[in-house]
Write a protein of this length. Sequence first.
Length: 364
Amino acid sequence: MAYLNFRYLAADRVLGIDYDIKNRYGTGTYLLHAAIHGGGIEPPTSQLADYCAGIGGAWYSFEALNDLTAGSLALPAVAFDEPFCVVNAGNSSRTVVWHGVENQRENEQVTYVSGGDAVLTSLIVQELNAVGFETDRAPVGFAGDAPQNITNRNRQRAGVQLDLSLSLRKSFYADGDLSAAAIDLPENRLPAFYTYGDAIRRACALVPLESDTDDVPPVITQPRTPDDQAVSIAMRTPFAIDHSGGVSATTDEREQLLDRVHALVGTLPGERVMRSTYGVPTSAALFAVNAEIANDQLQRAVMDAVAEFEPSAVVSAIVADVHESLGAVNVNVQVSRADVPGAERDNTRTVGVLVGGTVISTPE
């Protein structure tokens, strides 16, 4: 059984039993190593991506936990929309996505290299060839050149997809054993694993990371007051009409911060065309096994998003209330201003979000 996208997969499979998601965000401008067909789907892509990311480096892995059903969990790269991966890839400046393929020729040990990042592609080919690994251009059937491929959904809309042949992957482990038990043990790795991984790491170290050019949302400022203090006024979120019939706005910086956090949590990544990484993948919590896992996922996602887009905010509490029967999740975020020591921390906003990301309730 093949799934059209992650929503269908998550509705039918159980996180922690059928599959697992491992995600480590980067900071600033960073390079992401991702394995979207990890675990038992295309071993050992998770382990290679993790090794090449290094300690603390940005890394993502979607892993099948049951070898018997692993093949059915291989979402196509052009349809891979698991929320944490979309956000991590979207925030990355450069991306390397790891895949495994069957041998196209008998006993071949080759890496097929594709994707839109011509600079990093060239460096990877150069470094792999220099240590004796064969590379080739990926056949059309599985090349990672499509714009909608998760490989190319980073800041520069161009990444690198590596497809390693089965024989090559087997050469990395003792007795060619790619079972889950074998690949999880570093002592089973042969020198070829490290020679290959180190070549990729050298290539990635040579490539420049693009600067973040996203603009900060504008704040409307009024003319200076007599005491030379600037007064800022911002439109309220959610949009409302005030008692005078005009657009509701506020000069209260505390309220402005709450409004901005409200907008951030109530937006799914990809909804803002000119700022595709803005938002929090709140609907992912609807696919969690239980409320504890949902809370953990949302806490990490909200904290990362606030740190990225609202550094002036301090998050003191995040509580998720998942309504599976309604297909909705309420996210209660408690924040205060980072630039005001001892500021009250009872400022809260609750954002209700449907699976598709539509805000359905916003009580204060």
